[in-house]
Write a protein that binds this ligand. Sequence first.
Ligand code: GCO
Ligand code: MG
Length: 404
Amino acid sequence: MRITAAEVIVTCPGRNYVTLKITTADGVTGLGDATLNGRELAVASYLRDHVCPLLIGRDSAHINDIWQYLYRGAYWRRGPVTMTAIAAVDCALWDILGKEAGLPVHRLLGGAARDGVLIYGHASGQSVDELLDDVAAYREQGYRAIRVQAAIPGLESTYGLHHPGTGATYEPADAAMPSDNVWHTPAYLEFAPELMRAVRERFGYDFHLLHDVHHRLSPLEAAQLGKSLEPYRMFWIEDPTPAEDQEAFRTIRQHTTTPVAVGEVFNSIWDCQHLITERLIDYIRTSVSHTGGITHLRKVFDLAALHGVRTGSHGAGDLSPISFAAALHLDITVPNFGIQEYMGHLEPASEVFKTNYAFRDGYMHPGDAPGLGVEIDEEAAARYPYEPKYLPVNRLRDGSMHDW
Ligand code: GCO
Ligand code: MG
């Protein structure tokens, strides 16, 4: 059906989200997530100023052609801003197609290949004891896979933890200007195996254990970490080194059997081509909304399937519920699915985004509503206008900037 409108909605129900809403001549609407954390307004402008005008009058069912038109036609290919904008268009068009067909998107993708989507939750603590209590709480809720992070002794602050007293969902983008975290690798390398030992000693091995390194190590340090964690049989260590250096993963691979995941900052298949074809990683973490949408992420996942690499998409709170729903529709269909991250969203987000996915017994289910199954309440969205919100930056003790 002919596209008659394309609008960008920016809202901040706890965290900034950018949503693209496409409307057809029949009045059918489709939604896509265009949120690029910390750089949200850049994508809003890219869409409003350079993409929305190009969509008017096109056939919403020509998803492949519109994708190619926006990718090849722009001259400037790839990059987080471009690929997030294209992703939003792509997801909105799949949403429309599903609504027109009266089918959930996973049915359009060939149907479910599993009963549910295995997810992992985020346990954290300002101390090991606090972390262990949080792991217990996730186990009680039925989680079968849990990421653990805890405050590193000797450092003033550690990224990726609940702020004391804030409850289950942590929110890393906490300031109008980026604050400084101070990082010290030796303290971390000493602490990480102690932390995993404490978790396994208390809870055993009957659940998947994950950990995020946030790109902070050199290849050899990452290899040391991997070796030191081998007794705790990690599901994965995530982002051990800065992700753009694909060759670094060869070094890690040569030294440890701890599985490695990477990809939340990738935007296209070209960012992970060698990682996948040379089998240097175990899990590819690219997300639907930062990697060109369902259309492009399927290609990444298919390449991964050919080379024994499984999926483990990013699902942090800085991806909106629309993105999370799109991930679930894809996850439930792909043969090489591994796991899906689920951080959840801060409470006001549920006033703005009405979702259909459901958690049962450690698995997520995308639901059977036509399309992606998420709607936006625009009046509620307007009650939460954009606020500058940034992640902290990371420095070493001598004041130099360190990797994120
Ligand atoms: C993850 C991510 C988060 C990021 C967040 C940034 O694995 O979920 O690394 O911890 O910090 O996405 O906004
Ligand atoms: Mg991460």
